[in-house]
Structures are given as structure tokens and as C-alpha cells.
Ligand binder design. Structure first.
Ligand code: CDM
Ligand code: ATP
Length: 287
């Protein structure tokens, strides 16, 4: 049995995000296209056979240990196990802004489920891990499955997709946006007609929009300014409910030229869109 592994916990983009209805429990029904980025956090899992339980080497600002999705994911696996498991220490190399629409917390949860399933040799199927993940957040299943996908329902009904693996400039306007607040806004578009896309969608996602964008532009002038700036160079969109936005470019050098000219004071990064999650690429190497 291996005792330590470091695994990627990548970001996702919602290349488009349509709100097509609302469930009786108030959750919004979406149609969205998820793609991963070759950029994200790293998590290191070290087994501690002499010390039972799960612990983090550092806490995240503003997140109590028991609320941390890494701890919640590990405990969800322990609850399912039929025999005692060795303890584990988990360290986080955090690069993704929290609450940015890049799915950082959900991705951390998925990397924990997939990583500990491997390290603890639990042999749970992807279906079982995605089910456990859905209990932690709507974006966790796509990270567990590890393939770019058209998502429906709350994002858990996934059809694998193959959008072009373009380069992105991702900008983080200087504000933080609460997902619940955006979904409760009165002016939010909630009736976009459902679309049908070809199985394994390979087309241009920028034909479609993010339905949260109008509300977010009105409430957060920082996001509006960044979107207006990035749109000069090509299609730019909000991911999730923001605050991050992205612009799409055919090559790394084209993306870097725009990145270098960004207004001062704005943070972000350049990354490539990938249809196989870096987490799954790494696991294939390990197996
Ligand atoms: C916006 C996306 O990132 C798109 O990928 C996801 O749909 C977010 O899903 P999530 O991680 O489950 O979002 P959370 O941050 O837990 O949701 C906060 C709140 O937003 C509302 N919410 C969230 C997702 C959804 N499809 N409909 C909703 O109405 C719910 O009131 C929920 O309590
Ligand atoms: N390990 C974690 N990493 C990041 N956030 C976490 C973690 N555990 C719990 N959280 C909480 O989850 C919230 C949402 O984090 P996350 O980074 O997933 O947001 P997001 O990028 O907006 O995701 P989404 O697109 O799914 O809405 C954070 O503000 C934080 O309070």
C-alpha cells in the first residue's frame, strides 16, 4: 500500500450556463457546459496508520474545519467503509480563489473522494463516488467523473462533451459573490428554452450565454468593467455565478499577450481548457 500521494484539484469553467427552470425545492435547473482547466490546487494525502482520523495541515481562511469540503468528503468515505481505515493527513496547496465560480471547493471534495478511494483501496465505482459527491455539492460529480460534460438537472446529469481545448485568460475581479444571493435575485432569467446539443458536443460554446451575467453585471461594477475590457478581444463570459470571468483564445501566446495588457490591480491566470481532468491524467500515470 502506498503511503503518500499528491493529486491535482483543477478548476472548472462553465463555458455557458442556462437556467431553464426551478425545482419544487427552489434549486434551479441548469443546462451548462463544463470544461476543466490545467490549473488548480494540489492536495497531498499522507496515511498515518498510528494516528486514526482525518486532519488538515492548514486551515482555509473563513472555513471552519468541519465545514471544509475536504474533511466532509473524507468523512463521507469513512461512513461508507465496512472496516476501520488508517488515518490520513491532508495538505492543501491552494491556488484557486474561493467563491470565484471556478469550483475550487467542489474540486477539492472530488480529489479527496477519488484520492482516498485509491489510497485506502476502497474500490468504490465512479457512480458511487459521484453519488457521495452530489451530497456535498452540485459541481462535485463532474470533477469525480473527470470528463468535460454537458450538465443538466442541477449539473449532476452529465453527458461527456469535447469542446475545443482553447486557452483562457481568467480574471478575478476584486469582489466576492455568494452563489445563493445570485440564485435568489428577482431579476434573474429563469426561463431560457432548453437546448439540444449533439452528443459529445464539439462546437463553439460562445454562441450560448451565462444567464447569471446580467444580474452580476448590475450588482458588481467590478465584474462589468472586467467583462467589458476582456470582450474587446473576443467572447468573454462569467463562470458559474462569478466573480471570475474568462476570455477564450486559440493559442497560449495570444492569451498571454492579452494577459500582459490587463488593467493593473486585477488578478487571475492563463490556463488551457482540457477535456480530461488533470486528476484523472495523474491517476492513470499512477496505475
Ligand atoms: C453555479 C454552479 O457553480 C454552476 O456549475 C453550481 O450550480 C453551484 O452549485 P452548488 O455548488 O451546489 O452551489 P452552492 O454554493 O452550494 O449553492 C448555494 C445556494 O444557491 C442556490 N442554488 C444553487 C445551485 C442551483 N442549481 N440552484 C440554486 O438555487 C441554492 O439556494 C443553494 O443553497
Ligand atoms: N476546500 C475548500 N476550498 C474552497 N472552499 C471551500 C472549501 N471547503 C469549503 N469551502 C467553502 O465553499 C465556498 C465555495 O467555494 P468554491 O471555491 O467551490 O466556490 P466557487 O468557485 O464559487 O464554486 P461554484 O462554482 O461551485 O459555486 C467557499 O466560499 C468556502 O466557504
Amino acid at each position: 500500500m502506498k503511503t503518500s500521494i499528491t493529486l491535482p484539484s483543477p478548476a472548472k469553467l462553465n463555458l455557458f450556463l442556462h437556467i431553464v427552470g426551478r425545482r419544487p425545492d427552489g434549486y434551479h435547473e441548469l443546462q451548462t457546459l463544463f470544461q476543466f482547466l490545467d490549473y488548480g490546487d494540489d492536495l497531498t494525502f499522507t496515511l498515518t496508520p498510528d494516528q486514526p482520523g482525518v486532519r488538515l495541515t492548514e486551515s482555509l481562511p473563513g472555513v471552519a474545519e468541519e465545514d471544509n469540503l475536504i474533511i466532509r468528503a473524507a468523512n463521507a468515505l469513512i461512513d461508507q467503509a465496512r472496516h476501520p481505515l488508517p488515518g490520513v493527513t491532508i495538505s492543501i496547496d491552494k491556488r484557486l480563489p474561493m467563491g470565484g465560480g471556478l469550483g475550487g471547493g467542489s474540486s477539492n471534495a472530488a480529489t479527496t473522494l477519488v484520492g482516498l478511494n485509491h489510497l485506502w483501496e476502497l474500490n468504490l465505482s465512479a457512480d458511487a463516488l459521484a453519488d457521495i459527491g452530489l451530497g456535498l455539492g452540485a459541481d462535485v460529480p463532474v470533477f469525480v467523473r473527470g470528463h468535460a460534460a454537458f450538465g443538466e438537472g442541477v449539473g449532476e446529469q452529465l453527458t461527456p462533451a469535447n469542446p475545443p481545448e482553447d486557452w483562457f485568460v481568467v480574471l478575478k475581479p476584486d469582489c466576492s459573490i455568494n452563489t445563493g444571493k445570485i440564485f435568489s435575485e428577482e431579476g434573474l432569467t429563469r426561463d431560457t428554452p432548453r437546448i439540444k446539443i449533439a452528443p459529445a458536443f464539439e462546437g463553439d460554446a460562445s454562441r450560448y450565454r451565462n444567464d447569471c451575467e446580467d444580474v452580476v453585471r448590475k450588482l458588481y461594477p467590478e465584474v462589468k468593467e472586467s467583462l467589458d475590457w476582456l470582450t474587446q478581444f473576443g467572447p468573454a463570459r462569467l463562470t458559474g455565478t462569478g466573480a471570475c470571468i474568462f476570455g477564450r483564445f486559440p493559442t497560449e501566446s495570444a492569451a498571454r499577450i492579452i494577459w500582459e495588457s490587463k488593467p493593473s490591480g486585477i488578478t487571475g491566470f492563463v490556463a488551457r481548457g482540457v477535456n480530461i481532468s488533470p486528476l484523472h491524467e495523474k491517476l492513470t500515470e499512477l496505475n
